[in-house]
Design a binder for this molecule. Sequence first.
Ligand code: ADP
Length: 448
Amino acid sequence: MVALTYFVILSVSRGILQKTIRDSLITAVENNVDEVEYYSSLYSDAAANDIDYYVRYGDGYIEIDDDFLDTVNDVYTSLCQADGTLIYGENPIALDTEELDFQDSVVQRVRVDGTLYYVFDRQLTLDGLEGFWLRGVVSEEQGETELSAISRTSLILQPILVLIAVIGGWLIAGRVLAPIRQISETAAQIRQGDDLKKRIELSDGSDELHQLASQFNEMFSRLEDSFQAQQQFVSDASHELRTPVTVIRAQCDLTLEEEEAGPEEYREALEVIRRQSKKMSRLISDMLDFARLELQPERYQKEELHLSALVEDVCSDMALIREKNITLTCEAEANLRMRGNRELLTRLLTNLISNAYRYGKTDGHIWVRLRSEPDHSFVLSVQDDGIGIAPEERSNIFRRFYQTDPSRSGKGNGLGLAMVKEIAEFHGGEIRVQSEPGTGSTFEFFLL
Ligand code: ADP
């Protein structure tokens, strides 16, 4: 680029200089044209003007005015006869260009001793001057000084500009690349050390790279959260599975070690083992359902289903429980339809109603309601007048394996509400809870 710019500057300057030289050649010659006159005789006042130059010619005189400039701006002008005889003025290449024909108002180029000259001829036309020519000559070298000054200046300036561009580019690139380097270093540290807590620390700023870095940080936070949730799930699951296994082993040891154990003791031991294995199998099946919903959601196909009928069916089945003499009332708006998975929606409602029984009070009530909203969404709610949930517990109850009071939850394993939340999200909905300790709880499933 630098070389190209250099050559462009030089060739453009050369073009301009040549044009300037030719123009000044033409101007100089043209200005001299009017300074040459012919007089058939000399008047006294003309003769008195001794500044002008007179040449005797034929019967009269050629007057060369004192304004005639034979050298101006390195342009030499000479007055010649048609055969080339020099009458007045200067022509540095007269001898070398004797053969050069006169051509009126034409710029000719001629090379003498390796130097290029421009020659401009002008035929004089005034009375008595026919056959006379003015010849202007200028050497191309006249522009060389300017040209070499331009070339020298650009030779000095261009490297300085290149240096400035390189240093500036290096500084800017350094500033631009620093955050990227930091992003990649943090990513590498996370990869090497498996430390998801690391974050990209950048100075304040709001440009694209800062946005990228904060997106990365957000992504790391989400990865950390889900990684932690996964680890928590595994550790909770192992813990939950270990309890029934420990009980089964202890029961076996106890019964086998008891020397006088009769059929009654064996039956009791088998009952305990059956209960614990049922718990385990329920837990395993719930965990498998989670895994399926998370990893293979495509296994749960959505179909157009009659939501009102589904709600009524589940309610009429669950109303048979009549645990703690609780009454279940169903108020489902008729003919509501939606796209969803029958099995999962049944599970959602069953879990909510089971909880309402489990945490309901004796002789209490459960209200299951389904209504449509003006914005085409549905709300499915399960309300009870049971023990309620303390405000500080409300954000935790949807976590897997979370139980406020395991002794109360009976057959529950703390996965019920987590599953409800998962199913709600699978259907693009959300689940909300309102509760007052001692008064009851309402779980609402909002669905678009
Ligand atoms: P669990 O198997 O313990 O019932 P869930 O995930 O279904 O697990 O519920 C988590 C916790 O939320 C429960 O331990 C209970 O404390 C609370 N909870 C759920 N539903 C109700 C409800 N209807 N009334 C009061 N507390 C509830």
